[in-house]
Structures are given as C-alpha cells and as structure tokens.
Ligand binder design. Sequence first.
Ligand code: FAD
Length: 479
Amino acid sequence: MPKDFLAGVLPEYDVVVIGSGLAGMTSANILGRAGHRVLLLEQHYKLGGLATWFKRPGSHTFDISLHGFPFGMIKSCRRYWNDEIASNIVQLKNIRFDNPMFSLTTTFNREDFTKLLTSQFGVQAESVNQFFDAARGMNFYDDQSMTTGQLFEKFFPGREDVVRLLMEPITYANGSTLEDPAITYGIVFSNFMAKGVFIYEGGTDDLVGKMQAELTKNGVDTRIRCDVSKILVGPNGVKGVVVNGREIKCRAVVSNSNLRSTILDMVGPEHFDPQFLSDAQAVRLNNSSTQVYMALKPGVTIPESTGDLLFCSTAPLFRTNLLLDRKITSRTFSFYYPRTRPTGKERFAIVSSTNANWRDWSNLNEQEYAESKKDLVETTLDALEQYVPNCREKIEHAEAATPQTFHHYTKHQLGASFGTKFEGLAVSRGLPQQIKGLYHAGSVGIIMSGWLGAINYGVIVSNEVDQMLCKSAPAISVD
Ligand SMILES: Cc1cc2nc3c(=O)[nH]c(=O)nc-3n(C[C@H](O)[C@H](O)[C@H](O)COP(=O)(O)OP(=O)(O)OC[C@H]3O[C@@H](n4cnc5c(N)ncnc54)[C@H](O)[C@@H]3O)c2cc1C
C-alpha cells in the first residue's frame, strides 16, 4: 500500500501553509510559536524549496542557492528562528570580478566599494557618496518611475564599467535588470553594502535540518510529499485546502507556492474581481537559472585565493540580455571550501550559476536536452580552466541543472528562480482584500526574493495572519 503522508493529520487547522520555502517555513514557525494550529504542506520530499541541496557518492554535497545573502539574515534568523542558526552565519571575504573591463577582489561593502570606485575607477568621492546615500534612502513607497538604468546615468553618466561593477552581482542575486524600478536595485544593493556578503556555515542541509527541528518544537505539523491542488473558498473567505485528494479545513492559508499558480490554479479566477484578476494575469515571472555542480576528487585542493564568489564574464560590455543568453558569456562561480561544512569530510565543491530563459530549455526533445546539458557542463569546465588550472583532471563529478530542473522540484512556473517582477508584490499584498484569510508569502517583486527577502516576507505575512486569526477567533462554546 502506498504510504499515507497525511496519516494522523487533523481535520482542521487555524492555518495551512502551502510550501516549505524559506518564506513558508518562517511563516509557519512564527504562527506555530504564537500558539496557532499550523499545518505545513510541501509537495517535494524535503523541506527548503529553492534553499536546497543534494548529495552524490563520495561524500559530496551540493548547495543550490547558498551563494550569498546580506548581513540582515543574522537578525532575522535570531529573531524568527533561533540563536544557533544565527550564529552559523559567516561573512565571505573574497568576492572577485573578472571581465574584459576590470579584474578585482573586494569584500563587497560600502567602504571597499568606495575605495575601488574612487581609486581604481577614478570616480569623484562626492558622486560615490551621493549614490550610496540615494540607494540607501530608497524604500517601497518612493517614486517607482525611475529605472535602475536612469539611477546609474544620474550618478555615473556614460560609465559602463561602473554600472557593471554595481549591477552585475545584483542581477545574479535577484534577476533585476536596468529597466526595473530603481528601488528594486537600491534596496537590495544597500542591504549587501551594509556589511558585505554572508553565507551559512554548515551548508543548506544543516540549516534546513535545524529549521525543521524548530518547527517541530513549535508544534507545526509538517508534511512532505503533500501536493495542494486546491484552495477552497466559501462566502466568508478561505475555508480549506485539497491536498493529495483529501480536504482539510482551515481559517487561513499562506501560499508559498508561485504567485500565479496560487491565484490562477489553486484558487481559480472566478473568485477574484476583474481588475485584480487582470493585474494578476499581467504579472511577469522573473528569469530562471542554469547551474553546473562540480566536486573535486578527495585530496585535491584549491587555494582560498581563488575566491569565494567569482563573477566572471567574457562579454565586452554588461548587458542584461547577454546574462540570460543560452550562449553563455557570464558565470558566477561559488567555491565551497571544507570550512563550508566543518564537521563533514574534507571536500571542495564548485557551483557555476547563470541566469537563463525558460524558452531555451523547454522546447528540446529528450536527446537535444541531454546534449544541451552536456554542452553546458563542458563549456563551464572550459571557463573554469582559467581559474582552476587542469580542472578536468581535478574534478570527479560534474552535472547540470536547468530551468526544467527548478520547475520540477518547486513547481515554479517557467522555472522562475526569483519569483516575479516588481508588479507581483502589489498583487501578492492584495490577496487578503480579495479573499478573507488568503495570503501569499514568497519570492515576489524582486525586493522580496532571495533568502533574506523570502524570510522577511514570511515574517510580515505571518504577523498579518496572526492579527486576522486573533481578531476573528472562533466563538468559544460554553455549554
Ligand atoms: C540557482 C539559484 C541560485 C540562488 N542563489 C541565491 C543566493 O545566493 N542568495 C539568495 O539570497 N537567494 C538565492 N536564490 C533565490 C532563493 O533561493 C529564493 O529566492 C528563496 O529560497 C525562495 O524562497 P521562497 O520562500 O520564495 O520559496 P521557494 O524556495 O520558491 O519554495 C516554494 C515551495 O513551495 C512548494 N510548493 C509549490 N507548490 C506547492 C503545492 N501546490 N503544494 C505543496 N507545496 C508546493 C515547492 O515545492 C517549494 O518547496 C537562488 C535561486 C536559485 C534558483
């Protein structure tokens, strides 16, 4: 008999959280800690969503999205998870850039960037300071008509090299482009510039394991392999979900699933007013990614001077569309030294990430897809050779992930790596006004994507759900 992943589940909860990405898990944890009855449903066989990892023979573990996040993660993890998780967050000090315009190493914070921009790029200190202050002062309620390209033109007119330094890493971090609203750039860039780039020491597997333990401690009923097909809506708002063919009642739903799937598939267009529906249908998804995971043979090492993160490109100029092109010119290499997993076997891994378009991978037949993946691995090894000489002799395992892989494991439409473009944020925020008890928390609007954005969005939404549940507490029967 197939295993029942819902065995022992209650007929009713206060909240059902659909999806265990960082936003979903954070919402579930906060609501569980606040005493609500929470059911967390994840369709995949492990928790974490895009914050995930996989293992291969030879004690190799690969992280998918553990490349770097801002310092703010420490505070968010301490407050909404626990001290143990927060204390494992460490800074990456060797961020390298190598492209036809410049090669440099930086700690990726305001102080070092100011030094680089004034000394190496010859920009006036005053312009640099004004730019940093303008970016830091940006918030969601600002004028949204200025684009990131216009912001750069205002402070660094005609300086393609400066734009590349300032923009390339952020495009990798959240898929934003020069045409997106400047606030999406300013907020994320300033978060990084506050203190630099950080990662979780211990690896994603350790982090998610600790989060899972915390969820259990806080009474969250967590289920894997539980695919929600429907969010049920009645005259008074959300009334339940259908999961693995079974109906479970609830007073609120937090969907961490893709925003468009939540509205158009799980709830259904008939439940929304026409203007909201048309806004939701117009929400653009963000781009997807490809990755190549490479494990070094046991005993083979690479010097730490190779860097932690390396933004490399052979394109003469920075162009957002080139960063997405199947004919890859730009890659971010993440180098994982044994210190990433201090308690594991001494292993080195390298992950190459590139932004990608779904359409370049979705229309291939089986053979073309296999060949394209092979080509992705080979061309990546060619590019790596410059930084890790004789890399083919040193690597014992290499494999690739494509937009189809990300879609397969997370159900994100078009394999979106960073949720939706900016307009998704207003639609996500507008859900509870459309249907009482319906919320969305997860990568949207560029600002709310990435590990920190997703966690913080989970916090914001769980506070709103908590208030709603407390206000509309079911009447206590006294007879
Ligand atoms: C290649 C790559 C590299 C990245 N690098 C970084 C980085 O270095 N730094 C950084 O900060 N961010 C990075 N990101 C982005 C970051 O990983 C994500 O923004 C973040 O993890 C998203 O969290 P989320 O809460 O939005 O949910 P997601 O991680 O998108 O998870 C959604 C969850 O919902 C589940 N789900 C969907 N539908 C259903 C359903 N119907 N029923 C049940 N469950 C469902 C999915 O299985 C999934 O577990 C990267 C992303 C990618 C793809």
